[in-house]
Write a protein that binds this ligand. Structure first.
Ligand code: G4P
Length: 547
């Protein structure tokens, strides 16, 4: 449990015993990333394979068991058990070639919620995983937009090459045309599906030959020089010629390696492979570690804070309740941004000005937790949170720091939350407010004062179910959800005065958020486009201004 301390002044303590070299070295040797993908692209499979290289787990399958097994491994929440799904994103840490890697796992499809977006606020790099047959899919596009907002470097892994897929050149075209992101293929596939023969490394022209093992779920990866006799023996001439022609074309017309553009999130290195058969994963990991950016300086109210700054700082990017139902505990996930975090250290909570002694910080690995002794920029720690933290809160030692908050992302699902039992009104209001503060869901209100029931606004259906479940279990209030038929929300630059000038807007409902700022709700993108065409000067935002 965290305990408060008024005697221990965090502005004086903690930073003195930090050796600058240790910190520099730790920052230099850390990389962190999140995987963005659409369900079924192979995120779990790729994660398992990456962890095997890091020796973090003994056996693939331990990350997120599927089906029945999954129900057993993640049993912390009743709702999770009922649905057999994983609601939380966990942070997986492993070491590879002397680098400590933090993989921020984002929840999958049914679980899609604001947490998925917020996790990207803590990531320094993103891996965009595509299914070679499907190309870009909706959830990947949405997550990509959040990465773009933060200018996170994106590394693309095109998966399932062992199955028939789209032409690799069209997959690159799609990324360029639809995401406006330049591509630089690091390696290039020779054939696909049954004719998949391997990869050509573009810088060395070495060939990585793919040999399927008998049972089809593994492969052997052998590297040869391009002109080695084995290549001629193992690869059909026409397949090799086609791959070579495509590479020559890319050499002429496509972008080249440019680390500045990669780190600015404008150029994506592209890799091909097959996660299931563990082919192309190691070359991906090796090059990723070479090109990925280390922990970056974060913007605060007083300017960017360098990770190598002596004093500790970090921010809360995710809160999770009831990980252990017996204790009704809450965990606040903190991304370490600067300095060294040490167990038992006293930090200041920027929003309340309180000092907090962090005596039981945890590292959370899948279901297991271990107490952390220390942590460095790029790492994530879990803190017990008996209600004191909100999303975006800054913790620090030394000089006052307040990091930029995490914005609310445009919700897509809206529902009245009705309380049919007037006697539980107090609990209802308390529960709704607390869950909003915690960031479980966004709350909107109708402009009509007579309709004071809250409107729950979420990016994933699961968020609504979690809120209902928690209101019942933690606040003793049974509620009814009544869906509203809207799908698009926008905040208005300039607020109410701008709307007054425009006057009545058709096919649009105006509501307000918890800070009384106007939010426009539309049934579809078409109605939204109509409004922006009629009022070209109107500036609408998909992201709520941070308060
Ligand atoms: P997700 O977390 O992104 O939702 O995807 P996941 O890894 O669970 O993979 C979805 C399905 O795609 C799984 O098949 C998985 O085996 C398969 N898959 C992943 N990578 C590859 C690949 O490189 N090649 C091929 N051919 N398949 C791949 P499943 O049938 O749903 O599960 P399972 O019975 O194979 O475990």
């Amino acid at each position: 449990m965290n305990s408060f301390s008024s005697t221990n002044d965090p502005s004086k303590s903690n930073s003195e015993d930090i050796s600058g070299i240790d910190l520099l070295n730790a920052v230099d040797k850390r990389r962190n990333f999140a995987i963005i993908s659409h369900p079924d692209a192979g995120k779990t499979t790729l994660t398992e394979k990456l962890l095997l290289y890091g020796g973090a787990i003994q056996q693939a399958g331990a990350v997120k068991a599927r089906g029945e097994q999954r129900k057993v491994t993640s049993d912390w929440m009743e709702l999770e058990k009922q649905r057999g799904i994983s609601i939380t994103s966990t942070v997986l840490q492993f070491a590879y070639k002397g680098i400590t890697i933090n993989l921020l796992d984002t929840p999958g499809h049914q679980d899609f919620s604001e947490d998925t977006y917020r996790t990207l606020a803590a990531a320094d790099n993103a891996v965009m995983l595509e299914d070679a047959a499907k190309g870009l899919e909706p959830q990947t596009r949405k997550l990509f937009e959040v990465c773009r907002l933060r200018k996170i470097p994106i590394f693309t892994f095109i998966n399932k090459m062992d199955r028939p897929g789209q032409e690799p050149l069209s997959l690159l075209d799609e990324i360029e045309a639809e995401l406006g992101l330049s591509t630089w293929a690091v390696n290039w596939p020779i054939g696909s599906g049954d004719l998949f023969r391997g990869l050509i490394d573009r810088s060395t022209r070495d060939v990585l030959i793919y040999t399927k093992t008998e049972r089809g779920k593994q492969s052997i990866e052998q590297r040869y020089k391009f002109d080695a006799p084995e290549v001629k023996e193992l690869v059909e001439d026409d397949l090799l010629q086609k791959a070579l022609e495509e590479i020559n074309l890319l050499d002429e017309v496509s972008a080249q390696r440019d680390i500045g553009l990669i780190h600015a999130g404008e150029l994506t290195p592209v890799f091909f492979g097959s996660a299931m058969t563990n082919f192309g994963v190691k070359p991906f990991l090796d090059t990723f570690l070479e090109l990925a950016q280390g922990p970056v300086a974060r913007n605060s109210a007083s300017g960017p804070i360098d990770p190598t700054t002596d004093s500790f700082s970090g921010f809360v990017f995710k809160l999770q309740a009831n990980m252990d139902p017996r204790h009704r505990d809450r965990i606040a996930f903190v991304r370490v941004c600067s300095g060294r975090f040490k167990k038992d250290m006293t930090v200041r909570h920027a929003r309340t000005g309180k000092n907090i002694r962090l005596s039981r910080p945890q590292k959370i690995f899948a279901k297991d937790r271990a107490v952390v002794e220390d942590a460095y920029p790029g790492d994530v720690i879990g803190l017990n949170n008996p209600g004191m933290f909100s999303i975006g809160d800054t913790l620090y030692t030394g000089q006052h720091i307040e990091y930029e908050g995490i914005p609310c992302f445009s919700p897509e699902i809206f529902s009245w939350l009705r309380n049919p039992n007037p006697s539980s009104f107090k609990n209802f209001r308390k529960g709704v407010n607390e869950l909003r503060e915690e960031g479980a869901v966004q709350i909107l209100y109708d402009n009509d004062q007579s309709k004071r029931d809250p409107i729950l606004a979420a990016v994933g259906q699961l968020q609504l179910e979690v809120v209902q479940h928690r209101l019942e279990n933690e606040y003793g209030v049974e509620t009814i959800l009544e869906p509203l038929g809207y799908q698009v929300a926008r905040w208005v630059d300039g607020g109410w005065p701008v709307l007054e000038e425009i006057g009545r807007i058709f096919n649009c409902k105006t509501v307000q958020d918890s800070w009384h700022r106007p939010v426009l709700l539309f049934k579809n993108e078409w109605n939204l486009n109509q409004l922006t065409e009629d009022h070209p000067n109107l500036i609408l935002s998909t992201v709520a201004p941070v308060v």
